[in-house]
Ligand binder design. Structure first.
Ligand SMILES: [Zn+2]
Ligand SMILES: [Zn+2]
Length: 480
C-alpha cells in the first residue's frame, strides 16, 4: 500500500488498556473518526483492525513495514472474524473515567463476564442512557456515544451482592490475565457467558435450556439479562441447583449433564463443581430407585433414620428373613429390602414428622412440641414398628398453626413487662392449655376470652404468638 497515510500513535498504551479503546483514544489526535477512520486508508474494516491485533496494526498505522497475514487480506466486504470472536459490545465505568486524568478503557471491562467495576462495585454501563443503544467499539469517539451524549455524566447502579457472588463463583475476577493490556477473553469465560445468556433466555421463557435453541454468538452478558438471571443465582448455590433440577425434571439427568458440559464446558468453572456434584448425586439417586433392593445404609439415608431404627424394623420382622444377603463386594451381611416393601415403609414415614421436624414447621422449641403432643394439640401416631417415639401426623402441623394464627388479634399496643407469656411457653411449661385443659383452652380462644397476640407483622412462627397472664388467670388456666 504505497499511498497509505501514516498516523501518529503517540499515546502510550496503559498496562490494563483495551485494544479497541486504545485505538479510539488515539483517534481524536489523528482527526479520524473511530476505528473506521484508522482502517480506511488501508482498506481495513474495524473488525479487521480488531482481529489483526496490536502486533500487526500498530506498526502498520505508524508506517513501518509490515506484512499482513495472508488469511486476513484487506477487504471491505466481509469482516474476517477469527474464532476468538472479538466483540463489538463493550462496557465502561463512568465513575472510573471521572477519576481518570486521561480516561481510557480498561481491558477487563470488555470481558464477557465483567458486569461490575471491581474498584467501585457498581454495574458497568453497557448501553447509552440517552439513546438506549448498546455501547459499540465502532463508535466515533471514546468518551461519548454516537448520539452525542457524553458517558462521563451517566450514572450506574451498585452491583448487588448476588451479581458479585455469581461472577466470583464462575471466574476469578482479580486474575491479572483478565486485566492485562489488550487482553482477550478466555474460552472458558466465553462459554460461561454463553451459558448465562442461555439461562437468562430460558428464564424469560424464550428458549428451551438445551434443545432447539439458536446458538449464542455474542458472549457478552448484558446487564439487561440480570433480572432474568436473578431467579437462578440469588440463593447460590441452593437456588441455582434446585432451579436447574426443576428445569430438567422431565429429561434424563445424565444426558442433560453431558449436554451442558458439551455445550458450555461448565465443568471448567470452579463454581459449577457443586452443580456437577448435585447432578451426580441426582443420578445416583435415580439409579438407586431403579434398583430392586436397598441396602441398610441407603435406607438410613433415604428415611433419615438411625442404624438402630432400621435394625429394629428388621428385628420386628418387617423385612422377610431372606432379606439378609451377602454383599458380593464387601462379603458382609447386607440388608436387601425389596423396592415395593421399601416404598410402603417410606409412604408410612412420609405421613409423620418427628419432634425436630415438627418444631421447624411450627416455629417453636422442641420442648413446646413435646408439650403440644402431651396435651393432645398434636395427634401422636404409632408409626410402623418403632414404638415410644414422638411422632405426629404431618397433616396436623400446618392445621394447628393455621387455626392459632387465624385467632390472633394483632395488637400494636405495648405491653407492660411480665404480663405476657409466649404461647409455646404456656404449653411447654405446662402452665395452662395443657392436658385435659387443651380443649377448654381452645374453647376460651374460640369465645375470645383467651386472646392471642402477636407483635410481628408476618405470622409464621408459633413463638410469635403470646397470651396475657391476666387472660389466663381469668380463664382459670394459670397454675397457682
Ligand atoms: Zn469504576
Ligand atoms: Zn447514545
Amino acid at each position: 500500500m504505497p499511498d497509505a497515510l501514516t498516523f501518529a500513535i503517540r499515546r502510550a498504551g496503559r498496562e490494563d488498556e483495551a485494544w479497541p479503546g486504545y485505538l479510539l483514544r488515539n483517534a481524536g489526535e489523528n482527526y479520524v473518526s473511530g476505528l473506521a477512520g484508522f482502517g480506511k486508508p488501508y482498506h481495513l474494516s474495524p473488525d479487521q483492525l480488531l482481529n489483526l491485533g496490536p502486533e500487526v496494526v500498530l506498526p502498520l498505522l505508524s508506517g513501518k513495514a509490515c506484512a499482513l497475514p495472508s488469511s486476513s487480506r484487506p477487504s471491505h466486504s466481509r469482516a474476517a472474524l477469527n474464532p476468538a470472536g472479538r466483540m463489538h459490545r463493550c462496557r465502561i465505568c463512568p465513575q472510573c473515567w471521572r477519576e481518570d486524568n486521561d480516561p481510557y478503557a480498561r481491558a477487563v471491562w470488555d470481558q464477557p463476564l465483567s458486569l461490575y467495576c471491581v474498584r467501585h462495585k457498581r454495574l458497568l454501563l453497557d448501553a447509552c442512557q440517552a439513546c438506549g443503544r448498546e455501547l459499540d467499539v465502532r463508535r466515533r469517539v471514546l468518551l461519548s456515544c454516537d448520539c452525542g451524549a457524553s458517558f462521563l455524566n451517566q450514572t450506574t447502579s451498585a452491583a448487588q451482592p448476588w451479581v458479585v457472588g455469581m461472577i466470583q463463583k464462575l471466574i476469578d475476577p482479580a486474575d491479572c490475565q483478565r486485566e492485562a493490556q489488550f487482553a482477550a477473553a478466555s474460552a472458558s469465560e466465553r462459554s460461561a457467558a454463553r451459558f448465562l445468556r442461555r439461562l437468562a433466555q430460558h428464564s424469560r421463557g424464550e428458549v428451551d435450556l438445551f434443545d432447539g435453541a439458536p446458538r449464542i454468538f455474542t458472549s457478552v452478558v448484558p446487564t439487561s439479562d440480570l433480572p432474568a438471571l436473578a431467579t437462578w443465582f440469588k440463593n447460590w448455590p441452593h437456588g441455582f441447583i434446585s432451579s436447574l433440577r426443576c428445569a430438567q425434571e422431565s429429561l434424563n439427568r445424565l444426558a442433560m449433564w453431558s449436554d451442558l458440559n458439551r455445550k458450555y464446558h461448565v465443568d471448567r468453572f470452579p463454581g459449577f463443581v457443586c452443580i456437577e456434584e448435585a447432578m451426580k448425586e441426582a443420578l445416583f439417586e435415580q439409579r438407586r430407585t431403579e434398583r430392586d433392593t436397598y441396602g441398610i445404609r441407603e435406607l438410613q439415608r433415604i428415611t433419615k433414620h438411625s442404624h438402630r431404627t432400621i435394625e429394629r424394623w428388621t428385628d420386628a420382622g418387617l423385612f422377610p428373613p431372606e432379606s439378609q444377603v451377602i454383599d458380593p463386594v464387601t462379603g458382609a451381611n447386607r440388608l436387601a429390602v425389596s423396592r415395593a416393601l421399601f416404598l410402603h415403609i417410606q409412604r408410612a414415614y412420609r405421613a409423620v414428622a418427628n419432634v425436630p421436624e415438627s418444631a421447624e414447621v411450627l416455629g417453636c422449641s422442641e420442648r413446646a412440641v413435646r408439650g403440644l403432643i402431651a396435651c393432645g394439640a398434636l395427634s401422636a401416631v404409632q408409626p410402623p414398628i418403632v414404638k415410644r417415639s414422638f411422632l405426629v401426623k404431618r397433616r396436623t402441623l400446618p392445621r394447628l398453626k393455621q387455626r392459632l394464627f387465624k385467632m390472633v388479634r394483632v395488637c400494636t399496643r405495648r405491653f407492660a413487662g411480665g404480663e405476657r407469656l409466649s404461647f409455646s411457653e404456656c404449653v411447654s411449661f405446662n402452665h395452662s392449655p395443657s392436658g385435659p385443659r387443651w380443649k377448654r383452652a381452645l374453647d376460651f380462644i374460640d369465645r375470645g376470652l383467651l386472646r392471642l397476640y402477636s407483635d410481628s407483622a408476618v405470622l409464621g412462627r408459633l413463638d410469635d404468638i403470646f397470651v396475657l397472664r391476666s387472660d389466663l388467670r381469668r380463664c382459670g388456666l394459670l397454675r397457682p
